[in-house]
Write a protein that binds this ligand. Structure first.
Ligand code: PLP
Length: 414
């Protein structure tokens, strides 16, 4: 189906809600309004059942058993890898490394690639809107190798200034590590353009896709990136599982970062040799049921139609943005022209944590705090924000509930 016709297809969020039993509950005596999918999305029955089926009928350890259950588990696990390859349109399952989540994927690249290859005079470029998961691993590598961390600035809308980013690229830049979508602001970054600019300087590009994969079709070959990391739990899948995509030639050359079972071919006390891709990077027993659940989540999401879902979420974002703009004392933080499913804001006279508590008493779950993006809070000179984020199960009624709860908070805080 073309992007246009998928986007035009009406998206029935009411029906979708029925797939998520957790949403049927009441919280503090009110129907639950879940607006925290950017932190972790809920799981549909299809995912819960896939995990249950695996645990009930097929579980054993993978890769090293000849017995039937071990073969079934291996088939399920490697089948999930094949599903993830299709999801990202990677060339080969050798390019799909299962990790705990985006954080572990980024740390893998930092410790395997950057630590072994970078040194004084080399530069890593990130942006000013990154999640801590895409800042701290690079700071650690800089301390370990003597390379330098550069930061591309953002403007008052929360957009990365492409000209200033380009000006920071040079022959010294070895790696550009950037979010596809900002978790704190919702900004969608022009990743393809960034990849082209970085590659023209000879730099590699890692994309932190944690907030992008639930809202946009990601084709790593189309984007041209070298690495792409994301977490299952923001994609309607389980926690503790995620994917690092890496271009095969790069992964092939990179040393393993963790040692143990499964990542070796031979071991003697003198020397070990390493397994083929992608297992070279998967030391120890993996999260097998997590991978099975993640594959089911990918089936579910693609079954909904990612473009149609994105169009639905965009309508909710526009509706909520319009409503909040009209509310006295509310300031929206992050007003980029191109945003995805995240609405950060402050209310004058009310700390975001107090706001979050009042909204919770109305059954409305939002996130409050620095969203693991302290430099963004510093830039906007706020201690924290309140953040509503949207997923496939949210409706216009959820936006109205948010607005009504904010109205109550306004009465309390004058
Ligand atoms: N990157 C971004 C943009 C995120 O939003 C998050 C989580 O909020 C992460 C990375 C880290 O994801 P995880 O904690 O699942 O590893």
């Amino acid at each position: 189906m073309s992007a246009v016709s998928a986007a035009a297809r009406p998206f029935d969020a009411e029906r979708v809600r029925g797939d998520f039993p957790i949403l049927a509950q009441r919280v503090n005596g009110r129907p639950l309004v879940y607006l925290d999918s950017a932190a972790s999305s809920q799981r549909p029955l299809a995912v819960l059942r896939a995990v249950e089926r695996y645990e009930t009928h097929h579980h054993s350890n993978v890769h090293r058993g000849v017995h039937t259950l071990s073969q079934a588990a291996t088939e399920a696990f490697e089948g999930a890898r094949a599903r993830a390859r299709r999801f990202l349109n990677a060339r080969s399952t050798r390019e799909i490394v299962f990790v705990r989540g985006a954080t572990e994927g980024i740390n893998l690249v930092a410790q395997s690639l950057a630590r072994s290859r970078f040194g004084p005079g080399d530069e890593i470029l990130i942006s000013a809107l990154e999640h801590h998961a895409n800042i701290v691993p690079w700071q650690m590598v800089c301390a370990q190798t003597g390379c330098t961390l550069k930061v591309a600035p953002i403007d008052r809308r929360g957009e990365v200034d492409f000209e200033r980013l380009s000006a920071l690229l040079s022959a010294r830049t070895r790696l550009v590590a950037m979010a596809h979508v900002s978790n704190a602001l919702g900004t969608v970054l022009p990743i393809k353009r960034i990849v082209e600019a970085a590659h023209s300087c000879g730099a590699l590009v890692l994309v932190d896709g944690a907030q992008a994969v639930p809202h946009t079709v990601v084709d790593v070959r189309e984007l041209g990136c070298d690495f792409y990391a994301f977490s299952g739990h923001k994609l309607y899948g389980p926690t503790g599982i995620g994917v690092l995509y890496g271009r095969e030639e790069l992964l092939e050359e990179m040393p393993p970062w963790q040692g143990g079972g499964d990542m070796i071919r031979t071991v003697t006390f003198e020397k070990s040799t390493y397994n083929d891709l992608p297992w070279k990077f998967e030391a120890g027993t993996p999260n097998i049921s997590g991978a099975v659940g993640l594959a089911a989540a990918m089936d579910y999401l693609e079954g909904l139609g990612i473009e149609a879902l994105a169009a639905h979420e965009h309508r909710l974002l526009e509706l909520a943005t319009g409503e909040l703009e009209r509310m006295p004392g509310i300031e929206i933080i992050g007003t980029a022209a191109h945003k995805a499913a995240v609405l950060s804001f402050t209310m004058r006279g009310c700390h975001p944590h107090d706001l979050g508590t009042i909204l919770d008493s109305e059954g409305v779950a939002i996130r409050t705090g620095h969203h693991c993006a302290m430099p963004v809070m510093t830039f906007f000179d706020v201690p924290a924000t309140a953040r509503a984020s949207f997923g496939c199960y949210n409706t216009e009624a959820d936006v109205r509930a948010l607005v009504a709860a904010l109205g109550k908070a306004r009465e309390v805080f004058g």
